[in-house]
Design a protein around this ligand. Structure first.
Ligand code: SF4
Length: 102
């Protein structure tokens, strides 16, 4: 690898580059291992969950926007799922919401 090549060509992060949804602040999975956007202080959690009990109603935490994306891009991106593997900008949230409503 030459000096000017960036991390997106690294085999360990290439999958993240291909699979990263719009709205994430950086490539999927480039943050701490096994951490998700739900646990990040930049995940703009609104307190909303999908309803529970019927078809496609899992009670799962709804997608939310990433504040870090807004800081970097100067505009909001589309909402991202809570269970995406964290990016390199991950910072621990003081209190993360649960993944599923009780
Ligand atoms: S880990 Fe945090 S900064 Fe990175 S995309 Fe997810 S919410 Fe945004």
């Amino acid at each position: 690898m030459s000096d000017h090549q960036t991390e997106i060509f690294d085999a360990t992060s290439a999958k993240g580059w291909r699979d990263t949804p719009a709205g994430m602040a950086h490539w999927l999975g480039t943050g701490p291992a096994n951490r998700t956007c739900r646990e990040c202080k930049f995940f703009e959690w609104s307190g909303r969950y999908a309803s529970k009990g019927g078809y496609h109603t899992t009670g799962e935490l709804k997608p939310a926007k990433c504040q870090k994306f807004k800081l970097l891009m100067r505009q909001w991106g589309p909402p991202i799922k809570h269970n995406l593997l964290a990016c390199k900008h991950f910072e621990e949230a003081g209190s993360a919401p649960s993944a599923v409503t009780r």
